[in-house]
Design a protein around this ligand. Structure first.
Ligand SMILES: [Zn+2]
Length: 89
């Protein structure tokens, strides 16, 4: 009799999520309106997209989010013109 606890506990969390829904927490903030989320139970990752809908976080959407975060950061910095010296004071 060989117990495979790690395997069975993984599928149990999957069943819990399928039954009760995922318990998403923000894992990364991209813009004011777009975030990446990770399920605290099973680790599934999703993200908001331009259309305001939630989609699976894939390598492609991660890359899109990274360039979007960079663009958004630059835009914000230019808008408020925050000098680096003042931040690090
Ligand atoms: Zn889940």
């Amino acid at each position: 009799m060989k117990a495979t606890y790690s395997k069975s506990s993984f599928s149990i969390s999957g069943i819990v999520c399928n039954t009760l829904g995922h318990d998403y927490a923000i894992s990364r903030k991209i813009t004011n309106h777009i975030n990446e989320y990770k399920c605290t139970k099973c680790g599934k990752e999703v993200t908001d997209n331009f259309a305001g809908r939630v989609e699976n976080l894939t390598l492609k959407t991660k890359q899109v989010n990274s360039s979007l975060a960079l663009f958004f950061e630059k835009k914000m910095r230019r808008k408020y013109a925050i000098p680096y010296e003042k931040i690090s004071m």
